[in-house]
Ligand binder design. Sequence first.
Ligand SMILES: [Mg+2]
Length: 267
Amino acid sequence: MDERIKDWIGQIKIFLLDMDGTIYIGDKPIGAMRDTLAAIRASGRKVVYCTNNSSRTAEEYVQKLKKIGLYEEADAIYTSSMATIGYLNRHYKDRRVYACATKEVCAQFAAGGVHLTEKDAQVCVLAYDTELTYAKIEKMNYFLAKGAVYIATHPDDVCPAPEVYKPDVGSFIQLFRRSCGREPDVICGKPFRVMGEAVAAYCGVSPEQIVMVGDRPHTDIRFGRNNGFHTLLVLSGETDEKKAKTLPETDIPDAILPSLNDIVGML
Ligand SMILES: [Mg+2]
């Protein structure tokens, strides 16, 4: 057991949880995760699920988590598309925005006050668009080539899937790099600060009262460190014990546990 947790667990008010590989794999909760989450809530702390996946809305995640018994009314979801909406409203209020995103996520942008357009876009948002078509790629490429501000929801190259990982926003970023020579001006999601500042403000706490728990060192742990959160790496997903011993300086967590379930006795 990693005793370093005891040095800071008393400060923690928010458990910011990555999902895949941290609380479930596919559709299966990891071990006794329902009991673990209940223990975290019972200790007076709030559970906030934090994901880079911008192909689903928070409400769609609530449904998924409810189905596998991991969601309670007091919990919250924070996605990279929510962080992107906040960023647009702060920096590009009332600009014409083209969103390369699913229909549901576009509706979420519109409901969040973003002025969506199909022509003369001043700002382009690249989200994880699982409904992507050539017409959308062509439109996005046109606006970028014309000089629109370029915002990506998150940088992940792939999205975990049971058999073969699926192409995610990072792969689409490569496509536009080749087609029009553009790089995103801003990337919102983990490991960057746009999402970190947004989620801390959303939770209404200071960074050191948050622990980011995740299985991917270069996104989850680096995200926590970039934003001044405490960090807990769990070995229930992408990272094994061997890999955890050879992490670059930027990705070293405050503590490591076999899984989040191991925190129960330390709350
Ligand atoms: Mg994960």
